[in-house]
Design a protein around this ligand. Structure first.
Ligand code: 13P
Length: 256
């Protein structure tokens, strides 16, 4: 089986003031600042990027991520943030197309594709989210949804570009609900998604592509999920807001 280093990312969403961010980052540095078995990314809100960036300056193993960016390089887009602005703060990763952005801010696969290009243009590594809603799962449409999101949002890249991308499968019905997909359920979707990438980009690319799972990941379920052959990491929401639980997820991610 091809080796893919696990990548655990914490998406803080709209949580934590700068003072709160300082406290958790201090604890994370103590606990996992030297943990090297997995890649670790934390994604604070825009307002905390600067302070967290300073704190992580000498920490090799925890990388900084943002939760969104605008697709244009600059201009009259009130309230938006560009790739270059993120890059200057030493942001390395950026979440794109999270289901909350699709649901509340009308983001489409076409926009996702544009944002991926903007991120790559500034040497940011996109973490691109895909996933079906409960209604779509119950109507047995998840395959169609996943395939449409991949072909509409994450195709059209060259081999170098796709190698910078991490994909996150986040079933919308499992986000913040405590309803986690079973390892088997998640594995089925991950294997299906990898098959689509193989069809678009070929075997070598799909073997290397990391696909994270997201949706109610907790210390108790991380190991079962992350031991699945096609699950290469986790995108953690709620449990990333607490240093102890995020640390436990990171450590459990590599336990056999
Ligand atoms: P929860 O872990 O809170 O379910 O959130 C998952 C998520 O949306 C991460 O991006």
């Amino acid at each position: 089986m091809p080796y893919r280093k696990k990548i655990i990312a914490g998406n803080w969403k709209m949580n934590k003031t700068n003072n709160e961010a300082k406290v958790i980052v201090h604890d994370l540095i103590l606990e996992i600042g030297k943990f090297d078995d997995a890649d670790i990314v934390i994604c604070p809100p825009f307002t905390a990027l600067s302070i967290v960036s300073e704190m992580l300056l000498d920490i090799q193993n925890i990388k900084l991520g943002a939760q969104n960016l605008h697709q244009a390089s600059h201009g009259a887009y009130t309230g938006e943030v560009s790739a270059a602005m993120l890059r200057e703060l030493f942001v390395r990763h950026v979440i794109i197309g999270h289901s909350e952005r699709r649901q509340y801010f009308g983001e489409t696969d076409k926009l996702v594709a544009e944002k991926i290009k903007a991120a790559l243009g500034a040497a940011l590594k996109p973490i691109v989210c895909i996933g079906e809603t409960l209604q779509q799962r119950e109507a047995n449409q998840w395959k169609k949804v996943i395939e449409t999101q991949i072909r509409g949002g994450i195709s059209g890249l060259d081999e170098k570009e796709i190698s910078e991308v991490v994909v996150a499968y986040e079933p919308v019905w499992a986000i913040g609900t405590g309803k986690v997909a079973t390892g088997e359920q998640a594995q089925e979707v991950h294997a299906f998604a990898r098959g689509i990438f193989k069809d678009i980009y070929g075997q070598a690319v799909s073997d290397k592509l990391r696909i994270q799972y997201g949706g109610s990941v907790k210390p108790e379920n991380a190991q079962e999920l992350l031991n699945q052959p096609d699950i290469d990491g986790a995108l953690v929401g709620g449990a990333s807001l607490d240093a102890r639980s995020f640390t436990a997820i990171v450590k459990n991610s590599c336990a056999k």
